[in-house]
Design a binder for this molecule. Structure first.
Ligand code: NAI
Ligand code: MG
Length: 357
């Protein structure tokens, strides 16, 4: 087997973490007897935007045509000071998610051995969360605009779009994922008291679809109290399904609660029926630490494992997960986790471990 992967490091620490992810995926491929053919798109950056007005040379539509030829996309991060974040995000990542229909953003968060959970009394394994974020509609919408801009009467209008097709497919996929996990427990996040059209609609669809999954235990929470309970009782939760915005917030909160930060958190952006997905860490480009060789590469490496699992290389993916757990338990970790190792030292250690673990 040859897997054709488009590597897009993007901005900031993406340039430091993507090479570590590639290193580990290659080590796993070597052990399990398949090949990965990487194509590097190193100039798809905010720097290019500042020079030419688009992140992808020739524009994002051109980029999407190029990416069609690959089995998957392995992304670092997009965004850099000097280019407004809403421009950079909408000039690369969001159009890719939408063009390929990658409606499910799946983001696991666990307290791993060797990683200090900020909550007292939590042992490795106690917290095992799976955030399932709707990834192509909802609050992240281009519908709206500005009126009387720059005057005292300035108004900004931003519409959220929830379609039955879009809501149903993410809720149904979350039920499938919940059903496949030991606890079989799905929590739905909304805010149906304050947001009176879209969120009650989400609840309505959740209640209709849950009848198809009588074996899955369910709860529904408003997002505010859900956040509070996620901090005080994270081990009570299992799979959580949420809209684009709420899922985005929960997927930074969950790894912070479970593992003291977002550096370890991976994600997959997929359409479960399609081969092409996009795999990226949850974190961004971290301008505050870029260039020092201290970024935690685990979120990126772990995203590589999610990519291999999606592409059918289950044994290789499992070996990467075991190698990550071993390296962290051995104390080889970056400063954000209280360690002293550099980005590449952690990457090297995981790559070495993958060959045997
Ligand atoms: P961020 O995730 O880049 O950083 C937040 C904090 O976490 C920073 O203090 C950073 O140093 C730390 N951090 C993040 N990743 C880390 C790692 N691997 N190891 C150690 N520490 C880590 O979020 P922020 O600061 O809100 O955004 C910075 C830029 O990244 C912005 O331009 C933003 O738009 C972009 N961004 C891009 C995302 C993406 O590409 N999917 C996601 C989030 C932000
Ligand atoms: Mg985010």
């Amino acid at each position: 087997t040859v897997l054709k992967i488009a590597a897009v490091p993007g901005d900031g620490i993406g340039k430091e973490t993507v090479p570590e992810g590639i290193k580990v995926v290659d080590a796993a491929a070597e052990r399990f007897g398949f090949k990965v053919e990487w194509t590097h798109f190193n100039d798809w950056t905010c720097e290019n935007y500042a020079k030419t007005g688009t992140i992808v040379p020739g524009g994002i539509d051109e980029g999407i045509k190029i990416l069609k030829a690959y089995d998957s996309i392995f992304l670092g991060a997009v965004g850099w000071p000097g280019v407004a974040d809403h421009i950079s995000l909408w000039d690369l990542l969001i159009p890719i998610r939408r063009a390929f229909g990658l409606f499910a953003n799946v983001r696991p968060a666990q307290n791993l051995p060797g990683v200090r959970c900020p909550l007292a009394n939590k042992k490795p394994g106690d917290i095992d969360l799976l955030i399932v974020r709707e990834n192509v509609e909802g609050e992240y919408s281009q519908v709206g605009g500005r009126i009387y801009q720059g005057t005292e009467d300035d108004i900004a209008i931003q519409e959220a779009i929830f379609t039955r097709r879009g809501v149903d497919r993410i809720i149904r996929y979350a039920f499938e994922l919940a059903r496949s996990r030991p606890k079989k427990h799905l929590t739905s996040a909304t805010k149906s008291n304050g947001i009176i059209h879209s969120m009650p609609f989400w609840d309505e669809r959740f209640n209709a679809i849950k009848k198809e999954y009588p074996d899955v235990k369910t709860n529904q929470f408003h997002i505010d109290i859900l956040c509070a309970r996620l901090v005080t009782n994270p081990e009570w939760f299992d799979t959580i399904v949420a809209s684009n915005l709420f899922g985005d917030i929960l997927s930074d909160l969950a790894p912070a609660v479970a593992a003291g930060g977002i550096g370890v958190a991976p994600s997959s952006n997929i359409n479960p029926k399609e081969r092409l997905g996009l795999f990226e860490p949850v974190h961004g480009s971290a301008p505050d630490i870029y260039g020092k060789g201290i970024a935690n590469p685990i979120g990126q490496i772990s995203s590589g494992a999610m990519m291999l699992r999606h592409l059918g290389q289950t044994e290789a993916a499992n070996a990467i997960d075991r190698a990550i757990a071993k390296v962290l338990a051995d104390g080889i970790k970056t400063g954000d986790l209280g360690g002293k190792s550099s980005t590449s030292e952690v990457g090297d250690a995981v790559a070495q471990s993958v060959a045997t673990v």
